[in-house]
Ligand binder design. Structure first.
Ligand SMILES: [Zn+2]
Length: 313
């Protein structure tokens, strides 16, 4: 969205530096050109209108304002060698196979980053970001959007490169002209009109959110229905093979029931074990019931007489 009331506040001097209309001599003496069409401009420093640059000749140039502002923002980033970067919030959801869901998030507040290196108009692969900086061990791209924002094609390339990128939005400036102070607030000091196209440390932050979501899911109690299923689940049963006959120990809330097929010889053996462990014969169920406290003794006694390791079924 172009701001039609915005005046051209910056122009380029003989050395190629961007100058604000406040810091040059009045009129043609400013010795500046429009950075878009390279035609001479005059510094209008009148009493009525806001100060601004204007092309000397009648000009068809329409990009002067945008180009000058874009270059001014880049010059600030090159000179300040750092900027405030916006906060980062990442939210993840994890769904466990048992139906439990957890939500985890990662948050980093806005902060200042120093550029150990910074350059403009430097190509990286197929793209040429406005600013290429180095923050710690990572490259950081900065895009300054005056009217042109990062388009989907460029964003796709950025995603592929996996490199952190910030976009600074200068399009919605509500005023007639920019000054260096105002521009520094927006480009360098504040993070309000900046957004991440691709986060710094993106992979690590996503992993962190994922881990916290997983932790939250695991900390959630099982749904009520699942809990009921667990409590009515089949009683645990340990199977032994004694004298080639199966002997099952079935764990009930009130004791250990012993089940085996009819075999006179086996029955005598089981009876002696059960009696030694305080077991009771239950005529109604035709099985022995041993107190739960005797479990380890019972398993050991049967294990010693079993030809193979017991199976839990
Ligand atoms: Zn121009």
């Amino acid at each position: 969205m172009e701001n039609r009331s915005l005046l051209q506040s910056f122009a380029m001097d003989k050395e190629g530096r961007i100058r604000s209309v406040d810091e040059v001599a009045r009129g043609l003496a400013c010795e500046c050109v429009c950075p878009c069409c390279r035609e001479a401009v005059i510094a209008r420093q009148g009493d009525i209108r806001e100060w601004h640059f204007a092309h000397v000749a009648d000009s068809e140039c329409e990009g002067g304002l945008e180009t000058a502002l874009h270059l001014a923002a880049k010059q600030l980033l090159l000179e300040h060698r750092g900027m405030t970067v916006p906060e980062i919030r990442i939210q993840k959801e994890v769904r466990l196979p048992d139906g439990r869901v957890g939500i985890g998030s990662t948050y980093r507040p806005e902060r200042w980053v120093d550029f150990t290196e910074v350059a403009s108009e430097k190509s990286v692969g197929q793209i040429r970001p406005d600013i290429v900086a180095v923050v710690g061990t990572t490259m950081l791209f900065v895009e300054v959007a005056v009217t042109h924002f990062v388009d989907p094609d460029k964003q796709a390339v950025l995603e592929k490169l996996g490199l952190p990128t910030i976009e600074i939005d200068l399009a919605n400036f509500q005023g007639e002209r920019w000054t260096w102070e105002l521009l520094a607030e927006h480009v360098i000091e504040h993070a309000l009109n900046k957004c991440w196209v691709h986060f710094l440390d993106e992979k690590a932050l996503h992993d962190e959110a994922q881990a916290s979501a997983l932790q939250a899911a695991l900390a959630t109690p099982l749904p009520a229905q699942e809990a009921v299923c667990t409590s009515v689940a089949k009683a645990p049963r340990t199977r032994f093979w004694v004298k080639n006959r199966m002997v099952d120990v079935i764990e009930r809330p009130f004791g250990l029931a012993i089940w085996s097929p009819y075999d006179p010889e086996l029955n005598v053996l089981i009876k002696s074990i059960m009696q030694s462990l305080g077991g009771r014969w239950q005529p109604r169920f035709k099985n022995w019931l041993v107190p739960l406290e005797a479990k380890s003794w019972l398993l050991r006694e049967l294990g010693e007489r079993s030809g193979q390791p017991p199976e839990v079924i």
